[in-house]
Structure formats: structure tokens, C-alpha cells
Design a binder for this molecule. Structure first.
Ligand code: NDP
Ligand code: MG
Length: 390
């Protein structure tokens, strides 16, 4: 029996993880489940999985959580500090599926105690990749990628020598607005950006797919996780989302990972790693699929991809500034205060402003340095976004 914790249990990745664990209750003992505002669902999950503790990120929701758990024997806690402490509780396997930079601290605490971290929260690698990877190495912790592209790459690399890898090719669906005329993009609404053609995901990552901020973060995630030079990472649009990514070797061979667009693939692979077990996902009927199409992304349509290259070239704390500015820009878009294309403009202006003034090149070698840059970039982006919103 393995002990597991899920950070961000009430989200899209969290629910898929709960689904897999609930199918084999005899194999798992659940330690901590964390959520945000969805108290009813968090309590229900904690009861069904018989968790040790359930934690909400919001202090003011401790009362309602306690009430919802009354008589269950599950402990209740609230606040960012309680989430960090939940990560200190011993568990064999921990899912990191909080959305945004808030996922960094529990991930760091998990690897600091030498745990196995299944990492869906790509923001932690973008804002503090060197810090997280160094901490993991120092404590003999294991990090398993859960982002579908990175899981695909990880699987394609099994038994291979990184020294023989020539390139990594990340596939991208192109998101909901992929086929819109360029001049209409500035007017796209939240509802339109949320109509993802293939994947069912949380609201924020779905909009990030339409703008390709998601792919931009994944390029940086690839660099940090696999330690490959930025000029060896390519992005290709693949509208069917069936090839989840590819690795190109020095003999010209390409290893691709294919499967239905269902996150339980990548989650299940990480959950059972290094085993491969049966997973309840659809099997591809290739004759029915018939064709797979690919095309190069247009950098004018997707400025986030260009920004990712600039962030990698700048190094240091640029990734921390990038994720923070992106989160603020996304908040403003979701609230209807700025347009779809203005998100990239806000992020670019924030990076420009910070690189002129202070500290972008400093190493992301401590949590304090990362959080300080995160804070500065949020404030700078707020000012820039407010000015744009008028
Ligand atoms: P969701 O928005 O669906 O879920 C986010 C989870 O985090 C919820 O449990 C939410 O709680 C909780 N949460 C939100 N804000 C905070 C906070 N400040 N502190 C603590 N907890 C918080 O996101 P997804 O599941 O879509 O994505 C999770 C992560 O996985 C992201 O980093 C995303 O980029 C990554 N990912 C997601 C994929 C997907 O298919 N969804 C694919 C690949 C990567 P509540 O809802 O209760 O408020
Ligand atoms: Mg992905």
C-alpha cells in the first residue's frame, strides 16, 4: 500500500488523480488533500478516500470545512502555511496540481523531505526550476512530469542517453482560437478562449492554451526538467492532440508518444511509475484517426512563444517575473479589463520594466529571491495592466 497526497485535489488534474486512486482503494492510503474555495468537494473527496487531513488555502473557510468534515475523523486546516505543512507529512507520492506560482512551496517542501513529486504545476519549474531541481537532487527526491508533453518526452527517453538527444519537439493544439483570423483575436472573449477543441482542463490553463502562454511555459519547463539547450526545443501545432510530443535523436530517429487526449494517461503513468498498469483511457483507433496534421506556429499570432525564448536567454529570475506577470495579465483578461492580445503586451512590458530597473539576472537560488521577484513582477504588471485598461 502506498501513501499519497494531492495538492489541488479539487481541480481538473486533482479530480483525475482522485478518480484513479478511488478505483484502487486497496492500493493507496491518502494522507493530505488540499483545495481552495470548493469546500464541499474537498470534504467529499476526503470522506471517500478517508484522508488524514484536508486543507483549504483560505483561512476564512476553515469553519465551513470543519463543518463539512464533522464526524468523519478527517482533520481540517486552512491557509498557505497549513498547505506547506501538509507537504511535510510523509507520503510516498505527492501530486502537485495547484494552479499558479502558489504550487511552488508545497512542491519544494515535498522534495526537501526526499518525496516523490508528480509535477503538474509547471509554474514551479518556470519560476524556480534551478531551485526545485537542485533541492530534489540534494535530497534524493524524484520528480515525475505530469504535463502530457513532458510525460510523453520522459517516456520516449526511457533507457536512452540524454547525450544522444538532438531535439525535443513539443506539440501544441493551438487552442480554441487557432483558426481565427489574426485581426479578430484582439476581440476574443473569455468564453471563446475557453472553447478548447480537445482537452478538458481548468479555466486558466485553457485560456493559456489559446494564447499559447501554456506552450511558452512548457518550453521553459522542458529546458528546466530535461536540461536541454533552448535552441534544441521546437514547437509544432498538431490540431488533433494525439501525438503528445516527440524526441529526436542524433541518428535522425524520432520517438513519439501517442494516445487519447486524457490526462489520466500522464497522471496514471506517474502514479504507477516505474510500472505500467492498466488505465481507464480510450484506446486510439488509428484507422479511424486516418490523418495526423502538423504545421509551424505563427509567432505574430502567438507572441508568448517569442517571450519564452527571451525569458530563457535572460535566465536568472526572468521566469519568476514571467509567470507572475502572466498570472496578473490573465486575471485582467478573465475580469474583462484587457483584451486577449493585451495579455502578451502586459507581460512583455513588465519584463522590460523590470530588466531596466532591477534584479532580473539574479540567480533563482533561494525561495526568498523567487518570491521577491514574484511580488515585484505582480505589482509592476498590475500597474501596466491598469493603465491599459484605462
Ligand atoms: P484547476 O484550476 O482546475 O485547479 C486548481 C486547483 O488549485 C484547485 O484545487 C484549486 O482549488 C486550487 N487552488 C487555486 N488557487 C490556489 C491557491 N492560491 N492556493 C492553493 N490552492 C489553490 O487547475 P488545473 O487542474 O487545470 O491545473 C493545475 C496545474 O496543473 C496547473 O499548474 C496547470 O498548468 C497544470 N496542468 C493542468 C493540465 C490539465 O489538463 N488541467 C494539464 C497539464 C498541466 P479550488 O478549485 O477548490 O478553488
Ligand atoms: Mg501540456
Amino acid at each position: 500500500m502506498r501513501s499519497v497526497s494531492i495538492f489541488g485535489a479539487t481541480g481538473s488534474i486533482g479530480e483525475n488523480t482522485v478518480d484513479l486512486i478511488a478505483r484502487a482503494p486497496q492500493d493507496f492510503r491518502v494522507v493530505a488533500l488540499t483545495g481552495g474555495r470548493n469546500i464541499a468537494r474537498l470534504a467529499e473527496q476526503a470522506r471517500v478516500l478517508n484522508a488524514e487531513i484536508a486543507v483549504t488555502a483560505h483561512d476564512e473557510l476553515l469553519g465551513p470545512l470543519r463543518e463539512a468534515l464533522a464526524g468523519s475523523g478527517v482533520q481540517a486546516a486552512a491557509g498557505a502555511q497549513a498547505i506547506a505543512e501538509a507537504a511535510d507529512r510523509p507520503a510516498d507520492w505527492t501530486m502537485s496540481a495547484i494552479v499558479g506560482a502558489a504550487g511552488l512551496v508545497p512542491g519544494l517542501r515535498t522534495v526537501a523531505r526526499g518525496g516523490t513529486l508528480a509535477l503538474a504545476n509547471k509554474e514551479s519549474l518556470v519560476c524556480a526550476g534551478p531551485l526545485l531541481m537542485t533541492e530534489a537532487r540534494a535530497n534524493a527526491a524524484t520528480i515525475l512530469p505530469v504535463d502530457s508533453e513532458h510525460s510523453a518526452i520522459f517516456q520516449a527517453l526511457t533507457g536512452e542517453d540524454m547525450g544522444t538527444v538532438e531535439r525535443i519537439i513539443l506539440t501544441a493544439s493551438g487552442g480554441a482560437l487557432r483558426d481565427w483570423p489574426l485581426e479578430r483575436l484582439a476581440q476574443a472573449t473569455v468564453a471563446e478562449a475557453l472553447a478548447h477543441p480537445n482537452w478538458a482542463m481548468g479555466q486558466r490553463i485553457t485560456i493559456d492554451s489559446a494564447s499559447m502562454f501554456n506552450k511558452a511555459m512548457e518550453v521553459i519547463e522542458t529546458r528546466e526538467f530535461f536540461g536541454i539547450a533552448p535552441d534544441r526545443i521546437e514547437v509544432i501545432i498538431h490540431p488533433e492532440s494525439l501525438v503528445h510530443s516527440l524526441v529526436g535523436f542524433r541518428d535522425g530517429a524520432l520517438m513519439a508518444h501517442l494516445g487519447a487526449p486524457d490526462m489520466r494517461h500522464a497522471i496514471g503513468y506517474a502514479l504507477h511509475w516505474p510500472d505500467r498498469r492498466h488505465l481507464p483511457v480510450a484506446r486510439l483507433d488509428l484507422a479511424q484517426v486516418a490523418t495526423l496534421t502538423f504545421r509551424a506556429p505563427d509567432l505574430v499570432r502567438y507572441p508568448a512563444l517569442r517571450l519564452a525564448r527571451e525569458v530563457m536567454a535572460a535566465g536568472g529570475l526572468a521566469g519568476a517575473a514571467f509567470t507572475a506577470a502572466k498570472e496578473i495579465a490573465l486575471d485582467h483578461f478573465i475580469d474583462g479589463r484587457i483584451g486577449f492580445m493585451a495579455m502578451a503586451e502586459v507581460v512583455e512590458a513588465t519584463l522590460d520594466a523590470i530588466s531596466r530597473d532591477c534584479g532580473l539576472g539574479n540567480a533563482p537560488d533561494s525561495l526568498e529571491a523567487v518570491l521577491e521577484m514574484d511580488n515585484l513582477a505582480r505589482q509592476t504588471a498590475q500597474g501596466i495592466a491598469r493603465a491599459r485598461a484605462g
